[in-house]
Design a protein around this ligand. Structure first.
Ligand code: NAD
Ligand code: MG
Length: 394
C-alpha cells in the first residue's frame, strides 16, 4: 500500500534527506504535504518536483508568494500558512506517516497532533521531547501512534531492542549514547571563547542545520539527546550514559542486564535512520554507503570531558530539577544559539546563559501541566535568557 507522507520541515537537512530516500522507491510513497518556515523558493522547487496535495509556510505573505509561483508553473498544490496548519496537516485523516523535522520547540504542537491522531511518527525534532516529554509520550500512547526515533543514536537503540516495548525495562541495564565530540574535541579549551559561528558549524562527520551543528560543538546536542532518550525508552537519567566515539560509526549501544552489549553500526548518514523510520519493521535501500570494515578508521572511545563540555551536565541537572526545567533549558539554549549565530554573544556564553536559566527559573507543577502551560513556560524562559544574552552582548 502507498504510504502518504507529511514532511514537516521539508526544506531542512533531515527533510531533504527524507525526500532523497523516498526518491529511491517510486510508487511506495506519496508526498502528501511539505512544510517550510521561510524558504519559499526552496519549497516552491520541491512542490514542482513532488506535486504534494498541500504545502505550508509561516505567514500569509509567504503563502501568497508561494501560490503565485505554483500557479505560474501549473501546480495544483493547496497552500496553507501558520502554526495551526502544521497541526492540521500532521493530523490529516489521509496522512499515514509524519516526518517531524522542524528544528526547535516550534515543532512540539504538530508532533503532539500527529501523536494524538495515531500516525506513524518519525521523530527527528528532539526538542519536542525535551520540552514536553511526559505529555508527548502520553499522547503517543493515547493516540496509538507508532513512534520511530530518527535521531541516529536513538534509532540505534531502537534497532537494538525487540519490538515489544513491554520487555525493554527488564532487559536494559543502561544505554550508551555515542558522541563524536564535534569540531572542538581537541581544541585548547582556553581558546573556545574566540570561535566563530562558521567554525562551530564545521562538524567533522555530519552535515546538518546550523542550530544542531552549534549544539554538537557545545555538546548541548548530546545533553538534549540524554533527555530525549530518557523519555523515548522510559529510563532513569542514570541509565543514560555518554561516551565519546570520534569516528561516528557505532551510533549507540544497549548494555543488557547480563552485560551483553548490543550496538548498531553504519556510515554516518541520516538516510539510514530515516529509511528505518519509513520502512520499519521492514528494510529497504537507503542510499547510504555501506560500511567497509577493512578501510574504516579504528573505532576509539574516550570519556566526555565535562570541563570542556559543561553543557552535558545540564541535562542531568535539569532532569533532577522540577519538571519543566528541561523546557527552560531548551528555550535558553535556542535563544543562546541564535544569539551566538547572530554574532551577539561568545561561544562560551551559550553555557552561561543555559546554566543560569536552569538554576534561576524553577518551574512549579502548574507550569508543566498542559501544552499551553509548557508553551507559556517556554516563552518565559526565552525572555529570561534573552535578558541575560543582552547583558553579555559585547
Ligand atoms: P534545518 O535547520 O536544516 O531545517 C529545519 C526545518 O524546520 C526547515 O525546513 C525550516 O523551514 C523548519 N522550521 C524552522 N523553524 C520553524 C518554525 N518556527 N516553524 C515551522 N517550521 C520551522 O534543521 P535539521 O538539521 O534538518 O534538523 C531538524 C531537526 O532534526 C532538529 O530538531 C535536529 O535536532 C534534528 N536532527 C537533525 C539531524 C541532522 O543530521 N541534520 C540529526 C539528528 C537530529
Ligand atoms: Mg543525534
Amino acid at each position: 500500500m502507498v504510504q502518504r507522507v507529511c514532511i514537516l520541515g521539508a526544506t531542512g537537512s533531515v527533510g531533504g534527506s527524507t525526500l532523497d530516500v523516498i526518491a529511491l522507491h517510486p510508487g511506495r510513497y506519496e508526498v502528501f504535504a511539505l512544510t517550510a518556515f521561510q524558504k519559499v523558493d526552496a519549497l516552491a522547487a520541491l512542490c514542482l518536483q513532488w506535486r504534494p496535495r498541500f504545502a505550508a509556510v509561516g505567514t500569509p505573505a509567504q503563502a501568497a508568494a508561494l501560490r503565485t509561483q505554483l500557479q505560474a508553473a501549473g501546480v495544483a498544490t493547496e497552500v496553507l500558512h501558520g502554526a495551526q496548519a502544521l497541526c492540521d496537516l500532521a493530523a490529516h485523516p489521509e496522512v499515514d506517516s509524519v516526518m517531524a523535522a522542524i528544528v526547535g520547540a516550534a515543532g512540539l504542537p504538530a508532533c503532539l497532533a500527529a501523536a494524538r491522531a495515531g500516525k506513524r511518527l518519525m521523530l527527528a525534532n528532539k526538542e519536542a521531547l525535551v520540552v514536553g516529554g511526559r505529555l508527548f509520550m502520553q499522547a503517543v500512547q493515547q493516540g496509538g501512534a507508532l513512534l520511530l526515533p530518527i535521531d541516529s543514536e536513538h534509532s540505534a537503540i531502537f534497532q537494538c531492542l525487540p519490538e515489544d516495548r513491554g520487555t525493554w525495562a527488564d532487559r536494559i541495564d543502561h544505554i550508551v549514547l555515542t558522541a563524536s565530540g564535534g569540531p572542538f574535541r581537541t581544541r585548547d579549551p582556553a581558546t573556545l571563547h574566540t570561535v566563530t559561528p562558521d567554525e562551530a558549524c564545521a562538524h567533522p562527520n555530519w552535515v546538518m542545520g546550523r542550530k544542531i551543528s552549534v549544539d554538537s560543538a557545545t555538546m548541548m546536542n548530546k545533553a538534549l539527546e540524554v533527555i530525549e532518550a530518557r523519555w523515548l525508552f522510559d529510563l532513569a537519567p542514570a541509565q543514560v550514559r555518554v561516551v565519546l566515539h570520534p569516528q561516528s560509526i557505532i551510533h549507540s549501544m544497549v548494555v543488557c542486564r547480563d552485560n551483553s552489549v548490543l550496538a548498531q553500526l553504519g556510515t554516518p548518514d541520516m538516510k539510514v535512520p530515516i529509511s528505518v523510520g519509513l520502512e520499519w519493521p521492514g528494510r529497504a535501500a537507503s542510499g547510504a554507503d555501506a560500511l567497509d570494515f577493512l578501510t574504516c578508521k579504528p573505532l576509539t572511545f574516550e570519556p566526555a570531558d565535562h570541563g570542556r563540555f559543561p553543557g552535558l551536565g545540564l541535562a542531568y541537572d535539569a532532569l533532577a530539577a522540577p519538571e519543566g526545567s528541561t523546557t527552560v533549558l531548551n528555550a535558553a539554549n535556542e535563544v543562546a544559539v541564535a544569539a551566538f549565530l547572530a554574532g551577539r554573544v561568545r561561544f562560551t556564553d551559550i553555557h552561561r546563559i543555559n546554566a543560569e536559566a536552569v538554576a534561576g527559573l524553577l518551574p512549579t507543577p502548574a507550569d508543566a501541566a498542559s501544552l499551553d502551560d509548557l508553551l507559556a513556560l517556554d516563552q518565559r524562559a526565552r525572555r529570561h535568557a534573552q535578558a541575560h544574552a543582552e547583558e553579555l552582548t559585547r
